[in-house]
Design a protein around this ligand. Structure first.
Ligand SMILES: [Zn+2]
Length: 544
């Protein structure tokens, strides 16, 4: 084996967590992972805020925080209005990616299903689109000739089970069918990546497997052997037993990809975020804001709502709206949910929101500080509700920080948030309530502790190592490829991973940052395409 790396293979495992993988590697169930863990170094990888696929993989491909790349969620956030905007696409990414930086340096890149990759970008190499592509889209690969490698039946992502209920008689059958589909997707993704790895020239090859995330949303507890009281233990065991072969399939595939990449390639295993248990308690931040007098209901709304509820749906939709409920001119702050544990509080700023009244400057700062203190102090049963209540500029750096909410909230694992909560929360009196009921099909939720693992030529056998940040991977990959690091990247390369010999051969060099090449192509061509992607994301609990 050569001592200096020449190429880098990145295997992304969306949502992978050492809470599951480390015990399975230790018990012999995932032998390839165990081998790589012993050969190199691994540890926790701190995700972005929020710990969510689009901002996190965007940080992976740019080496920058969302304040510099501009992607904060699956949707544009309500930075100039009162509601979340459209789904994001690769066109919203405002920073240069590894694909452009390496390609411009004459290196060949390959990216398979690494978000954000819709629309697909022309690169020096090849790119296959990501989960943001509409189902059935055909323009999902660059160059288009490679479409034949994917095959006609190639699916980037699949339909999650909609309306799945744990108390429904077909729950077991639908779960097993879903897992069988996940297994087929993983097998196809592997086969395509192995073929591209072997047939195409590349210096940097990356692939993202979505399956761990998709399995863990629904079955996290079952995989850990924790069965919720409303599920038959035999059914939970059967579901877990059907899910584990998918992890073994991925493990064997990792081994084949590492061998196909050859002895001069470093392998990086990366997840965009980790996983943990689903919340048990609901916190209604908009109710709390209304109780504190910051969010005001329109006079007569409750009475009017009672009348409107008797109308046919098309009239109801027109009259029972957020704008009919909220008195925006008298409202000073409201909460926008980003994912099940992440939210932002917006101040209704004069000149920024259409009915804004909070004056920028000292009035803004005083209100924000008041809310920050109040939410930091919020407790249920004596325990703090939030792990993080922070001003946006304390979390993000860069010109797009102003697209983020004025305050950022991250709940403690026990508490969760619900999308589209404004009207329901204004109708309810209590700030807290139960989160889990029979309608909620998920047992897992995202967690900021993702994984990294590096092994191969030039990587020291350090075993379990210190936590790293997602922002550090792009500069590390450039350094492994002998390329300079643009100085706009937010972290230093992880040179502690390297052997002394490799560190001497691969000195860290810096170059001035450059502007990204604008991405041509239109994004979604119709509302129908956008709606199809939204429906899938909704079934995963990712959008309202
Ligand atoms: Zn993810």
């Amino acid at each position: 084996m050569s001592a200096i790396p020449r190429r880098v293979l990145v295997i992304g495992l969306d949502g992978a967590s050492f809470r599951l993988l480390a015990p399975w590697a230790a018990s012999g169930e995932l032998p390839e992972l165990a081998k790589l863990m012993a050969a190199g170094c691994h540890g926790e990888l701190r995700s972005t805020f929020p710990a969510l696929t689009p901002p996190a993989w965007s940080t992976f491909v740019t080496g920058k925080n969302p304040g510099k790349h501009g992607i904060f969620s699956f949707r544009a956030l309500a930075s100039h209005g009162y509601a979340s905007g459209d789904l994001v696409t690769a066109r919203d990414l405002k920073a240069r990616t590894l694909w452009e930086i390496c390609g411009d340096a004459g290196r060949r890149v390959g990216a398979v299903n690494v978000p954000p990759a819709y629309p697909v970008r022309p690169v020096n190499g090849f790119m296959v689109s990501c989960l943001l592509a509409p189902p059935g889209a055909t323009d999902i690969v660059h160059p288009p000739e490679l479409r034949a490698v994917l095959g006609d039946a190639y699916e980037i992502a699949t339909e999650p089970p909609r309306g799945l209920r744990r108390d429904a008689p077909d729950y077991r059958a639908r779960c097993l069918e879903y897992l069988a589909h996940q297994q087929r997707l993983a097998a196809t993704r592997l086969a395509v990546t192995e073929r591209l790895c072997a047939e195409q020239a590349w210096d940097l090859l990356a692939v993202v497997f979505y399956e761990p995330d998709r399995i863990q949303h629904f079955f996290w507890d079952y995989l850990l052997g924790d069965v919720p009281p409303d599920v038959d233990p035999a059914v939970a065991t059967e579901i877990a037993a059907a899910a584990r072969p998918i992890y073994r399939l991925l493990d064997a595939g990792i081994g084949r990809l590492v061998r196909a990449a050859g002895p001069d390639a470093v392998t990086l295993l990366v997840s965009d975020h980790g996983f943990g248990p689903a919340p048990r308690r609901l916190v209604r931040v908009n109710r709390w804001l209304a109780d504190a007098g910051h969010l005001r209901v329109r006079r007569g709304w409750r009475l009017r709502r009672r009348l409107v509820r008797r109308l046919p749906p098309r009239f109801r939709e027109r009259w029972d709206t957020v704008d009919a409920a909220v008195d925006w001119p008298r409202t000073r702050a409201w909460c926008e949910v980003i994912e099940v544990r992440s939210a932002g509080v917006w101040l209704n700023v004069a000149g920024r929101q259409p009915c804004g009244s909070v004056r920028p400057g000292s009035e803004y700062e005083a209100l924000r500080e008041d809310l920050r203190r109040g939410l930091t102090a919020l407790r249920e049963d004596g325990a703090p509700v939030f792990d993080l209540v922070a001003r946006r500029e304390d979390v993000y750096r860069g010109p797009y920080t102003e697209l983020a909410p004025d305050l950022l909230l991250y709940t403690a694992p026990r508490h969760g948030l619900r999308f589209d909560g404004l009207r329901p929360e204004l109708r309810t009196r209590a700030v807290f309530g139960p989160f889990v009921d029979a309608v909620w099909p998920f047992t897992g939720a995202h967690d900021p502790a993702g994984i990294y693992l590096a092994a191969g030529p030039g990587i020291a056998a350090r075993g379990r190592s210190e936590e790293a940040s997602l922002e550090a991977l792009a500069p590390t990959i450039l350094t492994l490829l002998g390329l300079p690091v643009p100085d706009g990247m937010d972290a230093a390369p992880l040179t502690a991973w390297l052997t002394p010999e490799a560190a001497a051969a691969l000195p860290v060099r810096h170059v001035p940052d450059a502007e990204p090449t604008p991405l041509e192509g239109e994004g979604y061509r119709s509302e129908e395409e956008r709606a199809q992607v939204e429906a899938r994301l909704r079934a995963l609990g990712y959008v309202e």
